[in-house]
Write a protein that binds this ligand. Structure first.
Ligand code: FES
Length: 159
């Protein structure tokens, strides 16, 4: 994509120090800058720290706080803990996967949605629950989630 500028990565690396032990804070800052960790950036970080690219990529994919692909415009997080599970989260999740045509961790081809699973969102009283960005939706059913997705799609095309 060519969005990564070598001098920007060099500046991030220099702020933390060119040492392998600084890899995590360097990756964190790089992710803050780009919203995820572009492959190009990971290559440049590996070179700067004299580490194998595979090592940098391994660390980036090991920690769930890092994303190695761009995220969608909306992040959908579905609660998978027991109270939600017992009240139908699995059916809701299946409806979402079907409606969006993606699996957890993936982003729709139009770049509109990224689907993720999460642990308890602290609103078990209205289980099953999902969050779209900062908005919590409770008492979900497969029909309801399809409506919610349709609303976001309509909003995206400005209807
Ligand atoms: S278990 Fe789902 S919100 Fe608490």
């Amino acid at each position: 994509m060519g969005v990564v500028e070598a001098k920007e990565i060099a500046a991030i690396v220099d702020r933390h120090g060119r040492e392998a032990s600084k890899l995590l804070p360097i990756l964190q800052e790089t992710q803050r800058r780009y919203g995820y960790l572009p492959e190009e950036a990971m290559q440049q970080i590996a070179d700067a720290l004299s580490l194998p690219v595979a090592k940098v990529f391994g660390v980036a994919t090991f920690y769930s706080l890092f994303a190695v692909a761009p995220k969608g415009q909306h992040i959908i997080r579905v609660c998978e803990n027991a109270p939600c599970h017992l009240r139908g989260a699995e059916e809701v999740f299946a409806a979402l996967r079907e409606e969006l045509g993606i699996q957890p961790g993936e982003t729709t081809a139009d770049g509109l949605f990224t689907l993720e699973q999460t642990s308890c969102l602290g609103v078990c009283g209205v289980a099953p629950v999902m969050m779209v960005d900062e908005v919590v939706y409770g008492n979900l059913t497969p029909t309801r989630v399809r409506e919610i997705i349709a609303n976001y799609r309509r909003a995206a095309v400005g209807e």
